[in-house]
Design a binder for this molecule. Structure first.
Ligand SMILES: Cc1cc2nc3c(=O)[nH]c(=O)nc-3n(C[C@H](O)[C@H](O)[C@H](O)COP(=O)(O)O)c2cc1C
Length: 196
């Protein structure tokens, strides 16, 4: 089975972020589903908050073009989101809003790169719902605006601050299996989409 390229986007870049730890777990589990992971740091893109005046004066920032390049180099995406007041983080939304503003030139537009790209969602939170509401919003956003193929399988890691052992692995085998199940479903769809 040839590996497909999996772009993993943690929705928080802060030191010790629970979503970053869950993303790292997913990266370790991905090869079992035939997915070669690349964890991508959205903060490193240094994107300003979207501003139409800035766009008119300077165009789309280089960071957004870097995200487009990363998406072009991937066969599937895994987004690992925290939840801020029931929503995904500004780090994710701002990056994707900028992405959506990239016009087609010699390269495809930002929206052309996301269209029909398989994507799966994970969430994490110290709370009891594990960021479930953020995934609901993100699902709609990625499907409706970006035409991404968001798979039905998803997983919210509740009490995430207690979920990892000292090596960063998930303590609960059922949680690890749930992540593995999401990755397997994502791999299956990505293979079907990319079948020659
Ligand atoms: C602005 C803000 C809003 C938050 N809102 C929620 C929320 O709606 N639901 C929830 O479960 N946790 C909420 N939290 C707590 C986060 O889940 C927690 O800080 C988490 O560790 C952030 O994700 P990270 O560890 O990946 O950075 C909120 C935190 C912040 C800073």
């Amino acid at each position: 089975m040839d590996s497909l390229r999996l772009l993993i986007l943690p929705g928080s870049a802060r030191t010790g972020a629970l979503s970053g730890r869950l993303a790292a777990c997913a990266a370790r589990l991905a090869p079992a589903s035939g997915l070669e992971p690349r964890v991508f740091d959205l903060r490193a893109l240094n994107l300003p908050v979207y501003d139409g005046d800035l766009e008119a004066e300077q165009g789309v920032p280089a960071g957004a073009l870097a995200l487009r390049a990363a998406l072009m180099d991937s066969d599937a995406v895994l987004l690992v989101t925290p939840e801020y007041n029931g929503f995904p983080t500004p780090l994710v939304i701002n990056a994707f809003d900028w992405l959506s503003r990239i016009p087609a030139t010699a390269h495809p537009s930002g929206l052309a790169v996301t269209a029909n790209k398989p994507v799966a969602l994970l969430a994490s939170s110290p709370g009891a719902l594990g960021g479930l509401r953020a995934m609901t919003s993100l699902r709609q956003y990625l499907q409706m605006a970006f035409a991404m193929l968001v798979i039905p399988q998803q997983f919210a890691l509740s009490r995430a601050h207690e979920a990892f052992d000292d090596e960063g692995a998930l303590r609960d085998a059922r949680s690890a299996q749930a992540v593995q199940d999401v990755l397997a479903a994502l791999g299956n769809l990505a293979r079907a989409v990319h079948k020659p």
